[in-house]
Structure formats: C-alpha cells, structure tokens
Design a protein around this ligand. Sequence first.
Ligand code: FES
Ligand SMILES: [Fe+2]
Length: 443
Amino acid sequence: MTPGATETVPEARPSLPRGVDFTLEETYRATRLPVDRAMTLNPEAYRSADYYEIERQRVFAEGWVCVGYTAQLAEPGATLVATVAGQPILVTRDKARKLHAFYNVCRHRGSMLVAEDGHRDVIRCPYHSWGYALDGRLLGAPYFKGLDIPEAERAAYGLTEVKDFRKEDYGLLPVRVDTWGCFVFVNLNPAARPLEEWLGDLDRRLGHYPFAELQLWRRKPIEVQANWKLIAENFMEYYHLPWVHPELNTVSSLDNHQRFQGPGMYTGMCTTPLARNPGLPIDVDALPAMPGLTAKDAETAYWILIVPNLALFLLPHHLFTLLYRPDGVTRTIESADMLVHPDVLAAPGAAAKCAAIFTFWDAVNAQDIAAVERVQKGLAASAYPGGRMCFRFEESIHRFQNIIIDLMTGTRRTPPGDEDLPTARGDSRSGFSLTESERQAKA
Ligand code: FES
Ligand SMILES: [Fe+2]
C-alpha cells in the first residue's frame, strides 16, 4: 500500500447471498425507494441464470408479449411463428378472418408443426401428417382409427381402432392472443389481466394513429450480446443522447424531451417539437405525416416501451420498432422493423426516403448496441453493487425496473401515470413502494 494511503471499502449494499429468492419483495428493497434515493436493479438480474429462469416464467410467460404485426396476418391462412418464454407459438388467421394462437406442437407425438411464417389452408404436421384447421381443430389423423387400412391388412393389426379417441379432444393447444392497432400480442397465462388493462391509457393517448393500416416495410434481425433489459433501459433513457447519438441529438435533443407517461405497463416520453434538420433522413419535413394526426403529433416523436419487449419510435411519417426476444441471460435477438402508411409510401421519392430512414435508425441502433454490450461486459464485475439513477433523465428506468419487480414478485398492479401522482415534477416521485393494503393483499 502507498505510504499514507488508507484502505477504503466502498459503501455499497451487501451483495445478495447465495440462494437469494428473486420472487421476494425484500430482495428489491433498494430499488423500491423513490428514484432520487433508489439503487438500480441488482446486477444479478442481468447475469444470473436463476434470475433469468424465473423472469421467463413471471415476466414473459405472464405478460402480453408482442410477436409481430397484423400486416403479417392480413389474409386468411396466414401463419406466424414465434417463441415466447422459450415456448414455440403459432398465430393464425382462419378462414372467417379470426385470429388464433396456439402452442406450435402436434398433438400426436409432439413435433413442432410450422417452422416458418407463410400461408396455408391446413396446418399439416410434417412427421405423420396429422392435419389441423387454422382454428386449431384436428381434421384428420391418417390410419389412426384403422379406417384407412386396406381391408386385406386389417386382420394383421389385431386392433381396428385406437380406444377412447375423439378428434375433438386433440385440437391444437390454444394461447391467448389480442391486438392493439398493428401489434399482435400473446399471453401464455390463461388467467392474466386483459391486454387492455396491460396497456393502460395508451389507446387514449395514441389510438388515433392509423396503426392498423401500417404496412411492414422492412425488417432486420439483429443479435445483441446483452441481457434484454439493458436494451430496453437504454431505449427509454435519454441521458446518453448527446454522447452516443450526436446526429439524432440535432433533432431530438435533451432540451425538447418530455415525459409522456400515463398509467399502464409502459414507459413513455416524447420529443416535442422535433427540431428541423433537413440533412437528416428522419427530418419531420422529409415525408408527409401519416393521416389522422393532431398538429402536435405532426411535429412530435413518441418513444414508448411496452413491457416487456416492444419499443416504439413513433414519428409523424413512420413507425420504427424493436422487438426483443431474450435468448439467454446475455443474448437477445432483436427484430428492427419499420412500418409505413400507404399514403406516405405514395409520396414522391418515398421508397428512397424510407430506405434512408431505415439506414439512419440502423446506425443509431448500432450505437446503442455498442453501449449496451459494453454494459453487459462491465456487469461481469462482481464488485459492482448496482448504481444510482439521474432522476431528471432516468425516472423511466426506475419505473421499468419497478414494473419488473412487480412481475417478479407476483404483484399485479398498473403503475400510475403522471396525472395520478400528486407530486410536482422533479421531486421524489415513487409510486412503487407497496401501500399497506397492497402489502396485506400480497400476504
Ligand atoms: S407428431 Fe405430428 S403427426 Fe406424428
Ligand atoms: Fe440510444
């Protein structure tokens, strides 16, 4: 030790003991504090396999997870495959145009049924050719009831029919599915709260956008070597804007970022008004606004993270989204998608301008990915006990982390919006400490 130096031990919350219970309220006490006193979520949430497994069950298998867009399921016969909480899922549009979701598994011996998005009249298992209707009914099981066996061979089987078998009992296993605008959500928990309750007041705030008419213009799958929450948290805070995104900062700077937060399982903010920068592809004047917007919408960008896996970059002339799918503790598959209204696509030069917009967001996303992958590497440092949040710019992260804690601890509640909080902007807003009645309800 250098002469005169004293050994100091950083003040930190004690690290979690081995075998800690990630479903207990007590585990998250430091993050439940008001934002100006709170610690960030314990680093184990981003690096522990145990945490990941519980999160899969309690966040992704209990929540409304976005799996794609209505534009992918527009026609009868359209099928979309997805993975939610590690479960293989299939979404279909039946001949009566009704939407369905199922576990993507054959009721015979469990083969995965459909491997790729597409269109089909019948869902045919590739293994032994059991066929299912798009509404999930089992239509046929070749040879299964003996009836299709040639007369001359029947005696050799000694069994003419599988006993107690009714086709009605072997339809596809259903999963809840619902839509909001162009977004298709599924929920693996039959008893979960409805999507409408999950989304809170989002429809009141943004339901006038012509979401249902948007076309899926381009997609790009991206692998990120980071826990999905790091990506979500990076999306919702704008503290990093000047340093990570100098170009984006010219139209969407710290100064014109505002809260846009109502009650619901989401975090929201907006940039209003968007500054003009004709040199930037996303400039508000680059393309006409989509129809139905208010004058304020026409010069505003909304940044909404719908828990757990859908990030919206909603600009007047397009919607860019990131869909997250956790694929391990430190790996996430993103789909970077751009959706555009047909009226906007009809504008002169729209295709080239949309291509430039996609390239712009792709570059911004690459900047973000570099940042979050670096965080993931830093979080390997076992001495790091979690950090503090800048309440001016990171209150959204406090909200998000507390929503995750609610789900991990089995606390069903809709976090309030700003208008529900009696406190003025900038003070110790919390909204997350359990009230006495909530504590008793949980007990
Ligand atoms: S597993 Fe599907 S038909 Fe046999
Ligand atoms: Fe960013």
